[in-house]
Design a protein around this ligand. Sequence first.
Ligand code: NAP
Length: 282
Amino acid sequence: MDNQTVVYGVIGDPIRHTKSPIMLNRAFRETGVNGAYAAFHVTPDRLEAAIGGIRALGFRGLNVTIPHKVAVMTWLDEIDEGARAIGAVNTIVNENGRLIGYNTDGIGYVRSLKEEAEPELAGRRIVVLGAGGAARGIVWALARELPASVKIANRTWDKARDLAASLGGDGGPVSAIRWEDLRDACGEADVVVNTTSVGMSPNVDDTPIDPAWLKPGAVASDLIYNPLVTAFLRGARERDCRIHGGLGMFVYQGAYAFEYWTGLPAPVAAMRDEVLASFSGK
Ligand code: NAP
């Protein structure tokens, strides 16, 4: 770091678990960008002051994580169309004092799915399990790929219905289905995505659905990356499905943020290696 270093960061509450600093600092080193990225613990009552701080100090970019992704929108100058549709911001770009909010979670997920498991999503039948915060961005980004259908099922029906109503237009691919109808929907699906927290450490033996419901050859995708391979994905692999874990989504949401901030292609392989190495304690 020197007198030209451009500063970036992530804010959240809690924040000490985040892998973003090691991943983004590796990206800066790899590309020769004179940048530095740190994690900041910001409680909700300090959010407005924190955003004022990045304006005053001239941070070039910020990632925003739980619980600030919705509330932060109040303090920005402009919200990108996708982030507006999703209703949440995870990346801020500071354009000469103008703060612009983006959401790279959904597009990061789709880029990872296409590069790692299923290059062509047009015409595919997709089932999304869960209708929480992460599902919103994912359903929005999946719908832009012109799939035949995106069926959302959630333990709490009202949330699946509301998500489908807010992101699915008349005649569009997005709809809500009842949890009881999942077995049939999964049997026909080309891609089944788990966006619920079921199977996350420490409950590593739990699965959101019985993997035996999946069609052999289909893609089973899980947003969870701790563990890297969930019980849902293990079961799907035994069923001859192609499997796709959540690490790629994390890497690519950061890759998009890096690209928005610097205008350079993100060194995705190095970013992934850095995060993987941190998991194995190296
Ligand atoms: P969230 O807003 O709290 O939503 C949680 C979802 O899980 C809801 O749909 C909830 O259903 C469902 N759920 C929880 N327990 C369940 C159970 N026992 N049975 C059935 N459904 C259950 O959380 P989120 O922010 O969307 O995150 C969801 C998951 O995605 C987490 O595991 C998170 O780690 C992962 N994630 C990964 C990335 C990445 O970069 N890879 C990014 C974001 C999130 P109800 O509505 O019925 O409660």
